[in-house]
Design a protein around this ligand. Structure first.
Ligand code: ATP
Ligand code: MG
Length: 583
C-alpha cells in the first residue's frame, strides 16, 4: 500500500484537549478524529487496527465454541423496566422517544435483549449450554467522556452471554471465557492483570476484570506482593484495624460551635484535629418503586471514603443514592455537613459502621445540629455499636497502609479492557428464561456474560507502548506490519522499494510504503509517530553498498541486509514477532 494514496493525516502539535499519551497519539498519528464529545471517526489506519482487534476477538470466541449473532441497538424501555435496570443505569442510558411516543434505549449493553431471545428460543436442557456473542456499537451517555476512545459515548463492545442448566455448567464456561480472554489479550500484545471485581450494575455472584496496568488508567488495582490477591478498588477487601490503645481518662462529650464548617477540611482547621480523628456520617436513600424506601447511615473515618459497591452488597444488592437535603434534615435535624452518630440510630432504618470507626477510642463528629460538631465522642458510649439496625462491617475503600489477610495491600492504576460475570438467574428469573430439564420439570436458566471493549484495547496498547516520538504497536494489532521508507525518487531506489514491497505483499505481509515526495527527516518522524513495528529504509548510500536497513520500532539500533535477501529476512522476522504473541 502506498502512503501517498492513503489518508494518514499526521499532526506535529499535541492537541489541546488530549490529556494522555494514547489520546494525543491517536490524533497525531491520524488514527482518529473527534466529531463531538465522546464520538470519533476512525480514519483508514485507525480502522485497520480496529478490524485487527475485532478479528482476534472473533477468532478466539469462535474457537471457544461461541456463536456470533447481532442484536438491535434500539431496545424498548419495557425490557429494562422488567429488570429494574432502567433505574440503575440512570442518566448513562441514552434514550429517545419515537414518533409513536414509545421510549427506546440505545443499547448500553444487551443482557435484557439476549435474555428475551433465550426466553423465547430455549425450551429444553438439550439446547444447553449455549454461548452467543455479538460485536456491536454500544452507547453510554458517560458523565465525563474523556481520554479519547478510552471513555467515549459510543464504542464497540464484544459482548457474549451464556445460558446453562446448572451452576456447574456456568462455572465451566466462565473458566473457558476467562482462558479465552487471556489468549485474546496476549494475542493483542497486552500485558494484562486479572483482578477480582464487583458485579456492579450487572448483578450476579462473581466477576473478574482484565486490566492493563498503566499510569493513566482510571481503575485502581489493589494487590498483595505475593500475587495471591488482586482486586479492583470497588471490590478490594481490607482487614479490620486493631482497636486504638485505651485513653488515660474518659473524655467528656462536648459540643463545639463550628459555623459554616461543613467539610472535613473546614472542621479540622477549626478544631485543630486530623481527618483520621473524625467520624464522617453519610446518609443514603435506598430502594426504588419495587422496594421499600429506606434511609441508611454509613460511618467511616474522616480520611476514608465509603465504597458504594460494598454498601450495595451490605444491603443485599439494593441500590443507594446520597440522600437529598430534606431527608438529611429530617433524620439529623441539621443542615448537610453536620450529621453525626450520636442519637442517630433511632432516626434511620440501618447504620453501617466501618471497622476503623469501631476501633476508635475517641473522635470528633457532626453534632446533628446546624453549625455544630461534638468532640470527645466515644464509640460504644455515645452511640451504640450493637443493635437490630446496626452492623459493623467493611464498607470503605482500601487505602495505603491497609492489609488483607495480614498482607500489606499495594496499589497501581490500570485500564479495564474486559470483564466476565457469573450472572446466575438475575435476568432469567425476571424475564422468564426457562427450560425443561431431563425430568420434564421447568427450571430457570443460569447465565454468564462476558464483555470486551474493542476500542479500549487499541488505546491501552498505545498507553502501555509508546515513547516520546510516537506509538510502538504490538505487531498483531498494528495498522501495518512493515513500513518501507524510501528516501529520494531515484529510479533505482524506487525499483528496489517496489520489489521488496511486492515480495512482502505476495507473502501476505501488510506493508505500507512511504513513497511520498518528502524529506527523509519528515518520513522518519511520521514512521516513528505511526509506530509500525518494523521499518525498512531504502536510501542512496545503502543501495550503493547493496543493502537496505532494517529497524524495529521498539529498538534504537538498526541492521543491514543485502537487497536480494531482504524480503525473505523481513518475512521471517514478521513471522517470529507474531509467533511470540500467538504461538
Ligand atoms: P467502566 O467501569 O470503565 O465504566 P464498565 O465496567 O461499565 O466500564 P462493562 O459494562 O463491563 O464496562 O463493559 C465491557 C467493556 O466495555 C469494558 O470492559 C470496557 O472495555 C468497555 N467500555 C465500557 N464503557 C466504555 C466507554 N465509555 N468507552 C469505551 N469502552 C468502554
Ligand atoms: Mg466492567
Amino acid at each position: 500500500m502506498k502512503y501517498s494514496r492513503m489518508l494518514i493525516p499526521t499532526i506535529k502539535e499535541i492537541p489541546a484537549d488530549a490529556e494522555i499519551p494514547s489520546h494525543q497519539l491517536m490524533i497525531r498519528a491520524g488514527l482518529i478524529r473527534k466529531l463531538a464529545s465522546g464520538t470519533y471517526t476512525y480514519l483508514p489506519t485507525g480502522f485497520r487496527c480496529l478490524r485487527k482487534v475485532t478479528e482476534i476477538v472473533r477468532d478466539e470466541m469462535n474457537k471457544a465454541g461461541a456463536q456470533e449473532i447481532l442484536m438491535p441497538a434500539i431496545q424498548p424501555i419495557e425490557l429494562w423496566q422488567k429488570t429494574g435496570r432502567d433505574v440503575d443505569y440512570g442518566e448513562t442510558m441514552a434514550k429517545f422517544t419515537d414518533r409513536h411516543g414509545r421510549v427506546n434505549v440505545l443499547a448500553p449493553t444487551a443482557e435484557e435483549v439476549v435474555t428475551f431471545v433465550g426466553a423465547n428460543e430455549i425450551n429444553s436442557y438439550k439446547q444447553l449450554p449455549i454461548n452467543i456473542y455479538q460485536i456491536s456499537f454500544k452507547f453510554r451517555d458517560e458523565f465525563r467522556p474523556r481520554f479519547g476512545v478510552l471513555r467515549s459515548r459510543e464504542f464497540i463492545m464484544k459482548d457474549s452471554y451464556s445460558f446453562h442448566a446448572t451452576a456447574e455448567s456456568l462455572e465451566e464456561t466462565y473458566r473457558l471465557m476467562y482462558d479465552t480472554y487471556c489468549k485474546i489479550f496476549k494475542r493483542c500484545g497486552l500485558d494484562y492483570v486479572i483482578v477480582e471485581a464487583e458485579a456492579g450494575e450487572m448483578g450476579g455472584s462473581g466477576s473478574h476484570q482484565f486490566t492493563i496496568p498503566c499510569e493513566n488508567g482510571e481503575d485502581m488495582i489493589v494487590y498483595t506482593k505475593d500475587g495471591k490477591y488482586a482486586a479492583n478498588i470497588e471490590k478490594a477487601a481490607v482487614d479490620a484495624v486493631e482497636k486504638d490503645p485505651p485513653l488515660a481518662g474518659q473524655p467528656s462529650l462536648t459540643e463545639v460551635s463550628t459555623p459554616n464548617a461543613g467539610t472535613i477540611e473546614d472542621v479540622c482547621k477549626f478544631m485543630k484535629t486530623k481527618p483520621n480523628k473524625m467520624i464522617k456520617t453519610i446518609i443514603y436513600s435506598a430502594g426504588n418503586e419495587d422496594q421499600p424506601k429506606q434511609t441508611v447511615a454509613v460511618l467511616v473515618r474522616g480520611d476514608h471514603e465509603v465504597n458504594p459497591e460494598k454498601l450495595t452488597q451490605a444491603l443485599n444488592g439494593i441500590h443507594t443514592v446520597l440522600a437529598d437535603e430534606a431527608t438529611i434534615e429530617k433524620v439529623t435535624s441539621a443542615k448537610v455537613g453536620f450529621s453525626g452518630p450520636v442519637g442517630l440510630a433511632g432516626n434511620v432504618d440501618k447504620i453501617f459502621i466501618d471497622h476503623s470507626v469501631a476501633a476508635m477510642q475517641v473522635a470528633v463528629a457532626g453534632a446533628n445540629k446546624t453549625d455544630c460538631h461534638v468532640k470527645g465522642v466515644v464509640p460504644g458510649r455515645d452511640f451504640p455499636l450493637e443493635g437490630d439496625n446496626i452492623e459493623i462491617t467493611d464498607i470503605r475503600n482500601a487505602v495505603e497502609g491497609d492489609t488483607y489477610q495480614g498482607k500489606k495491600l499495594l496499589f497501581k492504576r490500570g485500564i479495564e479492557v474486559g470483564q466476565v460475570f457469573k450472572l446466575g438467574t438475575k435476568y432469567s428469573s425476571k424475564m422468564g428464561a426457562k427450560f425443561l430439564d431431563e425430568n420434564g420439570k421447568e427450571q430457570i436458566c443460569t447465565m454468564g456474560c462476558y464483555g470486551i471493549g474493542i476500542n479500549r484495547i487499541i488505546a491501552s496498547a498505545i498507553e502501555a507502548g509508546c515513547d516520546k516520538n510516537g506509538i510502538i504497536w504490538p505487531i498483531t494489532i498494528a495498522p501495518f506490519e512493515v513500513m518501507i521508507t524510501s528516501i529520494g525518487d531515484d529510479e533505482e531506489i524506487t525499483s528496489v522499494a517496489q520489489k521488496i514491497h511486492d515480495g512482502l505483499e505476495a507473502a501476505g505481509i501488510e506493508v505500507l510504503w512511504d513513497d511520498r515526495d518528502a524529506r527523509g527527516g519528515v518520513k522518519f518522524k511520521d514512521a516513528d509517530l505511526i509506530g509500525i513495528p518494523l521499518r525498512v529504509t531504502i536510501g542512496k548510500r545503502s543501495i550503493a553498498d547493496g543493502n537496505v536497513e532494517i529497524k524495529l520500532r521498539s529498538e534504537s539500533d538498526s541492521s543491514k541486509v543485502d537487497i536480494a535477501g531482504a524480503a525473505e529476512k523481513i518475512i521471517e522476522m514478521v513471522k517470529a514477532m507474531k509467533a511470540e504473541l500467538y504461538p
